[in-house]
Unconditional design. Structure first.
Length: 532
């Protein structure tokens, strides 16, 4: 080591000026590297704070006492920044409806009632004061809610046989009604229960297997899975028409989330696949899910082939390949500023707070217009929202050059700038929402279910999941009880020609005759023998 040090000293220049320049250059290089390390350290600390907040803190972007926070934060921000900022407003939170006063809510009137009469014995109907017989003067009623466990029953299809007594060679028997899964022991109501339990209640098949076992019924998860896949295959005609109707909508929301499929040809079990979502914001409520092994542009082009309306997304670049009008999501823009605020320690101040306040004021305005029709909302946006957007753009142009792009605030500003043409599309049409929350809300049931059943075993299972989620969420969007709708659909679909588009359309949640559902299911809950 001494020899190495001596050789290094021998290489130093004898000229003192040159030596000084070398020392200055080394100090400069180290100062630059130190600043870079400081920036990286600050970014990592911010990321850790955000992760901790997401894990333990409040998930909503609108904290309690938000109105007071805005006034205080904006006052601080104005003192720090000379450029124009949003004026503080007291109406930052919608008024809450008055709370109901004490007392429990009555039990639903549609539930059947069983009356239990409580009387006094004759020995108790004597007045303790004078010995007279007490007379009934009225009654007091209290109600309890009783739970009756689900029951299983077996439907025996008895097919009568008829024969010719003369020739003794002709034998005719009554035909079985059409079945969704021929030669299966599963009735429409059982199939509907299994589907609802998994795709609405997030109950994995292995748990359903255990529940059936408690009732003394052996149904393996393999059998349950095969039944669901068979059902998914029969739903293809309905999904095709739903896809056609969705592409005719004026405004469509899109989003995607991850999904793991264990057994897929040419792919590892740990490779990431995707479930795509499209939902209508105008016209009949339609929610469509689609499985694809990738997140590529080709998938988007296939799903939205021929769409020419307005597409609302979170800014993912793959959607740009669709030749439609693209609208951005102000909720995503606000979230990025909110992340920058969460990473701060102490009072919320600076450009992150100002950017957040700009966007939050836009949401406050939109909440005030939510009950207006499209034309009136469009007019209000030009009166109130357009000036706010213009002020935000001026502030954005000034702030972009003043903030380091790798900081959380810089990333929020960069996202706002890159998405600006899409974010301002809502000003052109009162029917276009300012956010993509509809898609996020509709994809949430799948995300909740995924936490329970974790993955799909096969590609067929992934497509089945997408199909059944589509029908269940579309039924919910049309105020149909999914269990009743699926029960009726699975009983009716086998009798419908899959090539008859009009007949198939009449089965869709947004076209179905609700009176027909009630009439068709009336006999299913009867305990008397049925003759068909």
């Amino acid at each position: 080591m001494v020899t190495s040090l001596d050789s290094s000293l021998d290489q130093l220049p004898d000229d003192s000026d040159t030596l000084k320049r070398m020392i200055i250059e080394i100090r400069s290089d180290y100062a630059i590297k130190l600043r870079e390390l400081d920036e990286q350290y600050a970014q990592l600390k911010a990321q850790i704070r955000i992760m901790l907040q997401r894990h333990y803190g409040r998930s909503s972007e609108a904290a309690a006492g938000q109105g007071q926070l805005f006034n205080e934060a904006e006052a601080t921000a104005v003192a720090e920044e000379p450029e124009g900022t949003v004026a503080a407003t007291a109406a930052t939170t919608p008024q809450q409806p008055p709370c109901q006063k004490g007392g429990r809510r009555p039990l639903p009137a549609h539930l059947p009632r069983l009356e239990v009469i409580h009387t006094l014995d004759e020995s108790q109907r004597i007045c303790p004061n004078d010995g007279s017989v007490l007379t009934q003067i009225g009654s007091e009623v209290s109600e309890q809610l009783e739970f009756i466990p689900a029951t299983l029953r077996v439907i025996r299809h008895v097919r009568m046989k008829y024969a010719c007594q003369e020739c003794e060679s002709t034998v005719v028997r009554a035909a079985l009604p059409p079945s969704l899964l021929p030669k299966s022991q599963a009735s429409p109501s059982l199939l509907a229960q299994i589907a609802i339990s998994k795709y609405q209640d997030a109950l994995p098949l292995y748990r359903q297997e255990a529940i059936f076992a408690r009732h003394g019924i052996e149904l393996s998860r393999t059998t349950l899975a095969n039944w669901l896949i068979g059902v998914g295959d029969r739903l293809t005609p309905l999904l095709s028409i739903m896809q056609r109707d969705l592409l005719a909508a004026h405004v469509v929301h899109s989003d995607e989330t991850t999904l793991q499929v264990l057994k897929e040809s040419g792919r590892r079990a740990d490779q990431r696949s995707y479930l795509w979502l499209n939902a209508t914001a105008t016209g009949p409520p339609i929610v469509l899910y689609h499985y694809a092994p990738s997140r590529s542009r080709a998938v988007v082009e296939d799903l939205l082939d021929g769409y020419r309306g307005t597409l609302v997304t979170d800014g993912y670049a793959a959607y740009d390949s669709v030749p439609a009008r693209h609208a951005g999501c102000w909720a995503h823009a606000r979230r990025k500023f909110n992340d920058a605020l969460k990473a701060q320690t102490g009072a919320r101040t600076g450009k992150a707070q100002v950017g957040f306040n700009f966007i939050q004021k836009l949401f406050v305005l939109e909440r005030g217009w939510q009950d207006l029709d499209a034309a009136a909302r469009h007019q209000q946006r030009h009166i109130d929202a357009a000036p706010l957007i213009a002020e935000l753009k001026d502030w954005l142009d000034t702030s972009l050059v003043a903030v380091a792009p790798k900081t959380l605030t810089g990333k929020a500003l960069g996202y706002l700038a890159s998405q600006w043409p899409k974010l301002t599309v809502f000003l052109e049409d009162g029917e276009i929402p300012i956010h993509n929350n509809l898609a996020e809300n509709k994809i949430r049931p799948f995300v909740i279910g995924r936490k329970n059943w974790l993955f799909c075993d096969t590609v067929a299972g992934a497509h089945t999941s997408a199909a059944l989620y589509s029908l269940i969420e579309t039924a919910k969007a049309n105020d149909l009880e999914p269990m009743i709708y699926l029960h009726w659909l699975f009983a009716t679909l086998p009798s419908v020609d899959p090539d008859d588009a009009d007949a198939i359309s009449a089965l869709l949640p947004y076209c179905v005759d609700r009176d027909r559902i009630a009439a068709d299911l009336a006999h299913e809950y009867s305990t008397t023998p049925a003759v068909r």
